[in-house]
Design a protein around this ligand. Sequence first.
Ligand SMILES: Cc1cc2nc3c(=O)[nH]c(=O)nc-3n(C[C@H](O)[C@H](O)[C@H](O)COP(=O)(O)OP(=O)(O)OC[C@H]3O[C@@H](n4cnc5c(N)ncnc54)[C@H](O)[C@@H]3O)c2cc1C
Length: 532
Amino acid sequence: MTTEPLTPLMTQRSELLAHLRQPQEYDLAVVGGGATGLGTALDAAARGFKVVLLESHDFAKGTSSRATKLVHGGVRYLAQGNISLVREALHERTTLLKNAPHLARPLAFVMPSYKLWETPFYGVGLKMYDALAGSAGLGATEFLGRMDTMRCLPTVQGDGLKGGVKYWDGQFDDARLALSLARTAALKGALLVNYCEVTQLTYADGKVNGLIAVDKEGGERFQIKARCVVNAAGVWVDALREKDGEAQGKPVKPMVAPSQGVHIVVDREFLPTDHALMVPKTTDGRVLFAVPWLGKVILGTTDSPKNQLDYEPEAMKNEVAFILGESARYLRRAPKISDVRSIWAGLRPLVKHQDDDAGNTKKISREHTVLVSKSGLVTVTGGKWTTYRAMAEDVLQHCMDAKLLPTRTGGVTVHLPVVGATTTTMREGMNDPQGLHSYGSEAPLVKSMEGANRELAPGFTEAMVRFAARFEYARTVEDVLARRVRMLFLDAKLAGSIAPRVAQILQEELGIDPQLDAFSAIAQQYATVPQP
Ligand SMILES: Cc1cc2nc3c(=O)[nH]c(=O)nc-3n(C[C@H](O)[C@H](O)[C@H](O)COP(=O)(O)OP(=O)(O)OC[C@H]3O[C@@H](n4cnc5c(N)ncnc54)[C@H](O)[C@@H]3O)c2cc1C
């Protein structure tokens, strides 16, 4: 594996916009800077295509910063019999761990059993998971006795505990991986601009030939020509599809059935271990995780149909009650509302099929879908973070099959380390509070920057804010505290308290209003748990 050079590309907005202004035709224009759009932009740029990507908010502002942080085959999908999805995801899991070792690592999961039949029953399923992984396996599934289960999960509910099953999956930092993909795509020649919303498609002879995008900071309007436009707007894909349908005089049916998932974050003392806890069957028949992450523990998630497509969806009382109630069944000391450090919700872009029951999103397929409209608009949605790379390959294949792009061989990202990838394989320590380790090979650069010795919070230095502004496309306090470092997701009150200082540093670096008030309102939302 090669190490990225210690001279990252600057992400100066005036220069990015100057490039957007230049009259030229791109091969590919991507709408949306989440996992799907960024993966597509990177794959295309790595194949030598001329690529532009527009994101209406910040990279990973949507669903891609709100995952459970698992790089997984999906034990649950195995139970549903979706073997091909699991096999592909297990394969992708290995690729991701290899190409982003500073942001992803293997993690042991333990499923505690309280009934004698549970250990063999789940154990056999997990042995199948190992078999499907084959050489991509991260470690063999083990049957644990009661004492070993308690050693792995020191705070697990001991009453009635019979034993457990330990298996391996992966864990990652979703938003930082998104940024790393954006920066890797930029190194490969793609132009990526955040806070630039695609408002319209343009047509020639009934075929999409580009789009109109608006800079959300300055209001400037850009007309961008592209041979192929990919709509990777997550749960928001239907808005652009509807515009495309109107242009064709043919209304389209929505393809997304959004489903909300909530996570609650508590201190590590509730699960002080390097193992995650997996509940195979909650009272509503789903799985629930308690996962150690960056010095805290994430509890979640839920699966509730949702029609409103907010950028900051709010957790519902019943979701909070569900997570706390299930946690209380499995942890000796149950977290209470006053223990919650942060609460956040995300919207899964599940793909609807004709016979899907919209009231039950648990059953809807987790696979992705690519559609090419009559006018040539390529829409991709669904899937999961773990499979973003395979999805990108599929999108490009569709573009080439539809003759929107010339054929160029794929597979180019299989061995492509992302920005920051270190030469050491599979880093340990994602349990440590966030610090320089998240920067991988760029850590020495961050350490050498102004403010490296001035801590704003444990492990979080002034230099990280400057690095975010200069090299990581950050524009606002939220960009820094939610996605360049993950403090909003880990401890919303702490994030709110250091926000004014972050705003000052950003103001110095960028000379713009870094939106402190807007961030304070969001931090308040993440710190406020709806009372069940
Ligand atoms: C609760 C929850 C837990 C999950 N956990 C996991 C997990 O542990 N592991 C896993 O592999 N997967 C997980 N997933 C799934 C995974 O997070 C998603 O599949 C993935 O993030 C979707 O990425 P996306 O790029 O399609 O959508 P998004 O990340 O939402 O990106 C779409 C982007 O398009 C932008 N956009 C919208 N309209 C426009 C426009 N007009 N112009 C420009 N930009 C626009 C949006 O701002 C947004 O940033 C989870 C999902 C949820 C909800």
